[in-house]
Design a binder for this molecule. Structure first.
Ligand code: ZN
Length: 200
């Protein structure tokens, strides 16, 4: 299920930086596609997946591990959503379609333990490049669509707390359950954690 590892079959868990770190507030730089040929860039992608799975989460953007480049990883293959999607890495992502509006409850691996309510587009079409430089297009609805929007915001220096209302700690079991259902990055996706460890 995990994407193929290019180098020595080793990926490293990197530190996820937290709100207050300046990198989270910078607009990330476009990736020169020639960088994809660099083994260190492929290692970065592997490390992003590894870090996301270890958190555990369902999405992670490069700025969250202090790398100011425009790429993110998502994996909803274990999520109890509309069939699950991924794993995907998207380099230089761009929304070509944004439409509709839905309510979202989100958390973030860089804003630990908190959730908040916000509006997202109901459907997005995201184009970009995969790890080999091939053009890809992802159609995002439901949790997957919200996750794409959350990760895209990270590339523009935006955190969900900038847009959310009623930001609160996920405290009660009910709130944690709600978080597990809908949060964008899954700091407390307990169901996912079980699934991931069961398959590890
Ligand atoms: Zn986030």
């Amino acid at each position: 299920m995990r994407p193929g590892v290019i180098l020595w079959d080793v990926a490293y868990i990197r530190e996820i930086i937290q709100d207050g770190h300046p990198t989270l507030r910078k607009v990330a730089k476009k990736v020169d596609l020639r960088e994809l040929e660099d083994p260190l860039f492929q290692q970065l992608i592997d490390d992003m997946f590894e870090t996301m799975y270890a958190a555990p989460g369902i999405g992670l953007a490069a700025p969250q591990i202090n790398v100011g480049k425009r790429l993110f990883v998502v994996d909803l293959s274990e999520a109890d959503d509309d069939g699950g999607r991924g794993p995907f890495v998207v380099v230089n992502p761009k929304f070509t379609v944004t439409e509709g509006e839905i309510d979202s409850i989100e958390g973030c691996l860089s804003v630990k333990g908190m959730i908040g309510d916000l509006k997202r587009f109901e459907r997005v079409v995201c184009s970009g490049f995969d790890r080999s430089g091939k053009k890809i297009e992802l159609i995002g609805t439901g949790l997957f669509g919200r996750c794409l929007q959350h990760e895209m915001d990270h590339l523009d220096g935006i955190l969900y707390i900038d847009k959310a209302q009623n930001i609160r700690p996920a405290e009660t079991d009910e709130e944690k359950a709600a978080l597990a259902e809908v949060e964008a990055e899954g700091a407390a996706l307990e169901r996912n954690a079980e699934a991931v460890s069961a398959s590890a």
